[in-house]
Write a new protein. Structure first.
Length: 391
C-alpha cells in the first residue's frame, strides 16, 4: 500500500475540490491498474472487479457533504475490498482517509472510528486468508494511518469548537460592555432630566425664570445624551458617519459631569492629586463611568447636597473616590440596582478593585483603584491640589 503523509491532508474545499481529488485518484489508480494487464492486455475478472471498485469509490466522494455517513461506509468498504482484490499498491486509500478525516473534524469521531475499525479488520482478515497482495505490515501501517487521521480530525474539531466558544464569549462580553455603557450613559442623562423636570414643574407658577432655566438644562442634557446614544448605536450599526466633534468619554470631560450635576443641585468639588499624564483608554473610560454612575446615584437616591471627587494618579494606578453627604443607606439598600454592580465589573475587568459603602454618620463613598501598565509613558509632573474648597 502507498505511503501517505496524513499531516499534510487538508480537505477544506467545496465540491470542486472533492471532484478534483476523485479525478486525480482515478487517473493514478488507472495507471497502476494498467500495469496489471501485462503484455497481452487481457482483462481478468479480478482486474475488472478492482477497476469497478476504483470508479465506484471515486464517484461517491463528491456526495460526502450531502450523505456523509453513507459515503463514509461506501468508501471504506469499497477500498478495503479493492486492496483484497488488487495486486498493486494504488492510491485509492486517499479517498476513505479524506472522508474519515472530514467526519472526525466535524465531531463525528465515533462514526469515523467504527468505519476505520471495519476497514482494518476486513483487510486484516483478508491478509490472514492470503487474499490479494496485503500482508501484516501493510495492515499495521493502514491502522496507524487511520488512527493518525482520526486524531488529527478530532484535534481540528476541538480547535474549531474552542474558537467558536471563544467567539461566543467575546460576543457576550461585548454585549455586557455595551449594556453597561448604555446604562451609565442613559441613566445619568435621564436622572438629571428627571430632577430638572421636577424642579421646573414645582417652580413653573411661582418662579417662571427658574423654571425656564431648568428647562434649558433639560434641553442641554437631553442633547448630550442623544449625542452619546447616537455615537454608540452608530458603532453597533457600523455605518459610515462623520467622526464626533466632542471628545470621547474620559476624565478630560469630568468637568462636564460636575457641571451637569451642579445644575441638578449638587455642589461638586474635584480634587486632583499626583502625577498628571495620559491614561490608558480603558482606564480613562472606566474612571469616567464610575464617576458618572456615582453622581447619578447621588442625584437620584441619596438627597446629597455636596460631593467631593478625588483623583489620585501615580505611575501604577489611578485611585479615585466619590464621597457625598447624603443618605448613604438609601443607596446601600438598593440591592436590586445594577449601577454598583456595573462599576464593580468595570474595575475588576482592569484587575482593579471597587468598594461602595455608606458612612457611619451618613453619606456614601465609592472608592476604586484602577491599575494600568507599568510601561505607560508619563508626560507630566505633579499637579497642585485643585480643590476649590481647600479640602
Amino acid at each position: 500500500m502507498p505511503h501517505l503523509d496524513v499531516s499534510r491532508l487538508r480537505l477544506r474545499g467545496g465540491p470542486r475540490a472533492d471532484a478534483a481529488l476523485a479525478l486525480g485518484v482515478l487517473v493514478l489508480s488507472g495507471v497502476a491498474e494498467g500495469q496489471r494487464l501485462g503484455p497481452g492486455g487481457h482483462a481478468t475478472a479480478s482486474w475488472i472487479a478492482s477497476w469497478f471498485l476504483v470508479m465506484a469509490v471515486c464517484a461517491v466522494l463528491p456526495l460526502r457533504r450531502r450523505y456523509p455517513a453513507a459515503v463514509g461506509w461506501g468508501t471504506v468498504i469499497g477500498t478495503g475490498a479493492y486492496y483484497l482484490l488488487s495486486t498493486v499498491d494504488g492510491p485509492l486509500v486517499v479517498i476513505p482517509v479524506a472522508v474519515l478525516y472530514a467526519l472526525a473534524s466535524r465531531g463525528r469521531v465515533q462514526a469515523s472510528a467504527a468505519m476505520a475499525a471495519v476497514m482494518v479488520v476486513g483487510v486484516g482478515a483478508g491478509a490472514l486468508a492470503g487474499t490479494g497482495d496485503v500482508n501484516g505490515t501493510a495492515v499495521f501501517m493502514l491502522a496507524g494511518w487511520l488512527v493518525a487521521v482520526l486524531a488529527l480530525g478530532a484535534v481540528r474539531h476541538g480547535r474549531v469548537a474552542y474558537a467558536e466558544e471563544e467567539a461566543r464569549l467575546r460576543a457576550t462580553r461585548e454585549r455586557l460592555r455595551i449594556a453597561r455603557e448604555l446604562h451609565d450613559m442613559i441613566g445619568h442623562s435621564m436622572s438629571m432630566i428627571n430632577v430638572q423636570a421636577s424642579a421646573a414643574l414645582h417652580r413653573l407658577e411661582r418662579d417662571p425664570g427658574q423654571a425656564h432655566e431648568a428647562l434649558t438644562v433639560i434641553k442641554q442634557g437631553s442633547k448630550e445624551g442623544l449625542r452619546e446614544l447616537r455615537a454608540t448605536l452608530g458603532v453597533l450599526r457600523q455605518v459610515d458617519e462623520a467622526a464626533p466633534t466632542a471628545p470621547p468619554p474620559g476624565l478630560s470631560r469630568i468637568d462636564d459631569l460636575a457641571s451637569s450635576a451642579s445644575r441638578a443641585g449638587l455642589d461638586v468639588r474635584i480634587k486632583r492629586v499626583g502625577t498628571h499624564s495620559a491614561l490608558p483608554a480603558a482606564v480613562d473610560l472606566a474612571a469616567y463611568r464610575i464617576v458618572q454612575e456615582s453622581l447619578t446615584n447621588a442625584v437620584r437616591h441619596s438627597g446629597a447636597r455636596r460631593v467631593v471627587i478625588r483623583l489620585d494618579r501615580d505611575d501604577r494606578a489611578l485611585a479615585l473616590s466619590v464621597q457625598d453627604d447624603g443618605r448613604g443607606a438609601a443607596i446601600a439598600g438598593r440591592s436590586g440596582g445594577s449601577g454598583i454592580a456595573g462599576m464593580t465589573e468595570r474595575a475588576r475587568a482592569l484587575g482593579g478593585t471597587l468598594s461602595a459603602e455608606a458612612g457611619r454618620t451618613g453619606g456614601f463613598t465609592v472608592r476604586a483603584r484602577l491599575p494600568f501598565s507599568h510601561h505607560h509613558e508619563q508626560i507630566g509632573g505633579v499637579v497642585d491640589d485643585q480643590d476649590p474648597a481647600g479640602g
